[in-house]
Design a protein around this ligand. Structure first.
Ligand code: 13P
Length: 283
């Protein structure tokens, strides 16, 4: 299937209340594995890329690779840039034809964030690229962006004002989730999700998907938080797969067998989430 806009994928998910996984890929193998999981489960999917990976591989190369790989599967897929405070990188991705970007200006004041997000939305929309907005820094570090503490939570009316005045396409509010591995049971603010969605019907984004329980995912999705970000679990599955394969086969030197085994595990991990989120069978 052709690559589809983020708005289309999230619009359907929001209306029918199922979640769509946004998996932070790190290279060609993980992009291929995530798309294969979407094909296997007949699920729409968001291929997500951190700024660090985007800078390392280049926006253009990632876009070309994505278009070619997405063309080979029959399900809707879209390419999204994760947490990006750097407007130059946003411009590179938009100019390379990416479907969506997260402009992360959560380290700025409310007024600065609102003004700059508005500018990014105007530029991105002109090129057919969607924008995810973020007001409060999400707890934890995602590939070099963010800190352990997160930012203060903004009052509901100000958050609504931010959504309405910026024209963003999806919104990532602070709801108690965090990037990386949880040290204890996270305290999720389900009510905030419902309050925002009741005031302005916009798909919300769950950051810090790794480590949340199936019940938490399902409650968040039912309330309208339908874009679900998974990064840490992909990294763990990816790295552990190399470790295990080589430890079990010390005399094996065939790279394609090794990579095939890693892909299989990453694909199974992503497919598992797609079933939990309820996106399986929707494409
Ligand atoms: P995890 O690393 O906790 O899965 O979070 C991913 C994320 O939110 C990417 O922005």
């Amino acid at each position: 299937m052709a690559v589809v806009p983020l708005k289309e994928i999230l619009g359907d998910a929001f209306r029918l209340r199922y979640g769509v996984g946004a998996f932070n890929i790190v290279n060609d193998l993980t992009m291929d594995a995530v798309l294969a999981a979407a094909e296997e489960t007949k699920s729409p999917v968001i291929v997500q890329v951190s700024v660090k990976t985007a800078k390392q591989m280049g926006a253009k190369l990632i876009r070309i690779m994505f278009e070619e790989m997405a063309r080979r599967v029959s399900v809707p897929a879209t390419l999204h840039l994760d947490h990006c405070p750097d407007r130059k990188v946003i411009e590179d991705c938009v100019n390379a034809g990416w479907d969506s970007v997260l402009f992360d200006a959560s380290n700025l004041t409310y007024e600065q964030n609102l003004a700059q997000t508005r500018e990014v939305v105007a530029f991105a929309h002109q090129h057919g690229t969607a924008v995810e907005g973020e007001l409060e820094a999400i707890k934890g570090v995602e590939d070099g962006v963010g800190n352990e503490y997160g930012g203060p939570v903004v009052a509901l009316d100000r958050a609504i004002q931010f959504v309405c005045e910026t024209g963003i396409d999806c919104f990532a509010p602070a709801i108690g989730t965090a990037h990386g591995l949880y040290k204890g049971e996270p305290k999720i603010n389900f009510e905030r999700v419902s309050e925002i969605v009741a005031a302005v019907p916009i798909p919300l984004v769950v950051h810090g998907g790794t480590g949340l329980s199936d019940t938490v995912f399902q409650q968040l999705i039912a309330r309208g938080a339908v874009k679900i970000n998974i990064s840490t679990q992909l990294k763990i599955t990816f790295a552990d797969s190399f470790r295990t394969y080589l430890a079990e086969r010390p005399a094996e030197y065939d790279p394609l067998k090794l990579l095939g085994s890693v892909k299989k595990n990453v694909q199974a991990m992503a497919a598992g989430f797609m079933h939990v989120f309820g996106s399986a069978g929707r494409a």
